[in-house]
Design a protein around this ligand. Structure first.
Ligand code: SF4
Ligand code: SF4
Length: 396
């Protein structure tokens, strides 16, 4: 069965009101620069990154006016401003003014500016071919085409800024056949919107004809939208745009999943599952208080009994996952090594080539959590590599 990512678009992208509380996700590379109980204004920097170069993870900013309620390893929690003590003035959050200082910048200085404004810049390398993936990423997630249809000025603002920042040699825009979208200065490549051909790595193949082109980077249309947003407003990134049950919404980063669902009148069925992301690659949340990350393309609701739940079932060695795997590796074998914590065995079997598309889990007749086991092995190998790197640094 072919999994099409074609989907009807919503009438427009709906802006949801800012919530009173947010839970803004951090990753291991962020270092908080605020303290508990500090009053912060929307757009103020909450966390910087540990490396000082221009390329890497973007800074994290407050998405509402509020007070820092807690700082956790993986999130900063902001809540409403407290009532002032009797006879005292209420605290006034300081919102940063719009910055247009990027207009005189170019090259690495401009990439660094983007990073300070909250943009992840690890795929913005200078003087390379740039492939922009304008395909909806997964079945049921239509935010890519929604942005191409409704946010053309912002996307063109993003292209203009990237032209100054990284001077790409060629720019290719990959779109669904017959959709007719375009972008300023981009060469359009049309493909059938069939999953997993819509993934970034396979959009790169469609645009360049090569799986590992020497001098090319691929970004999603949502990445370009975020660049365009900070370029045209001069304000840091504080919002996410995503598909929620067929609707397109713009929300404050870190807004609770439960509040987003309530705002668009989507109920979670009893024993249903809520997924951050699409149905193929998303991750189920354990609490509706989880905050929406800035790069989350969708919130997906899976009704009970809609799919058979994966479980720790033995592999029957049927080979279905091998036939479905776009990376041409052996998902079943990798999942078995991961299951028994033999993570090192997965390296020579090309686990690094896995695109995390989820096709193996989707087709597995034994309902094994193949993708989840592969992700586990990948994270364990990353931890080991980071540990080894630390030991080397100490030896030097
Ligand atoms: S998730 Fe599974 S099917 Fe997809 S690339 Fe990885 S191993 Fe292959
Ligand atoms: S599809 Fe499932 S049962 Fe079949 S080989 Fe792959 S992991 Fe094993």
């Amino acid at each position: 069965m072919k999994l099409s990512t074609a989907a009807p678009l919503a009438d427009g992208i709906r802006q949801l009101p800012d919530p009173q509380r947010v839970r803004i996700p951090l990753d291991g590379k962020h270092k908080p620069v605020v303290k508990k109980k500090q009053v912060v204004g929307k757009g103020q920097v909450l966390a910087e990154t540990t490396s000082s170069g221009p390329f890497g993870v973007g800074f994290v900013h407050a998405s509402i006016d509020g007070i820092v309620e807690d700082i956790l390893a993986n999130a900063i929690l902001l809540g409403p401003l407290p009532a002032p003590a009797e006879g005292k003035e209420p605290p006034i959050p300081q919102r940063p003014a719009p910055r247009q200082d990027h207009t005189g910048l170019s090259g690495e200085e401009l990439v660094r500016w983007l990073r300070e404004m909250g943009i992840d810049t690890d795929r913005f390398h200078p003087n390379r071919t740039l492939v922009i993936n304008g395909l909806n990423p997964e079945p049921g997630v239509s935010i890519a085409e929604q942005l191409l249809r409704d946010e053309r000025p912002t996307l063109d603002g993003g292209i203009n800024l990237l032209e100054r920042a990284i001077r790409p040699g060629n720019v290719h825009l990959v779109i669904a056949k017959g959709s007719g979208y375009g972008l300023h200065g981009a060469h359009v490549v049309e493909v059938d919107p069939i999953y997993p051909q819509t993934l970034d790595a396979l959009a790169m193949v469609a645009a360049t004809g090569s799986e590992n082109p020497e001098a090319a980077d691929v970004i999603g249309i949502s990445d370009l939208y975020r660049v365009g947003l900070v370029a045209t407003t001069g304000l840091p990134l504080t919002e996410s745009v995503l598909t929620v049950a067929g609707k397109a919404v713009r929300v404050a980063t870190g807004m609770a999943v439960g509040e987003v669902l309530a705002a668009v009148d989507v109920a979670v069925p009893v024993r249903g599952m809520v997924i951050l992301g699409g149905p193929m690659t998303g991750v189920a949340v354990s609490s509706l208080e989880a905050g929406v990350p800035e790069n989350c393309p969708a919130i997906t609701i899976v009704p009970p009994h809609h799919y058979p739940l994966p479980g720790p079932h033995p592999c029957i060695n049927c080979g279905e996952c091998v036939l479905a795997c776009p990376a041409r590796i052996q998902p079943g074998m990798l999942s078995r090594y991961a299951e028994f914590a033999l993570y090192e065995e997965t390296r020579p079997r090309h686990i690094a080539a896995c695109l995390e598309c989820g096709m193996c889990t989707y087709v597995c007749p034994a309902n094994r959590p193949v993708l989840q086991l592969i992700r586990l092995a990948k994270r364990k190998l990353e931890e080991q590599d980071a540990f080894v790197a630390t030991c080397r640094l100490q030896d030097e």
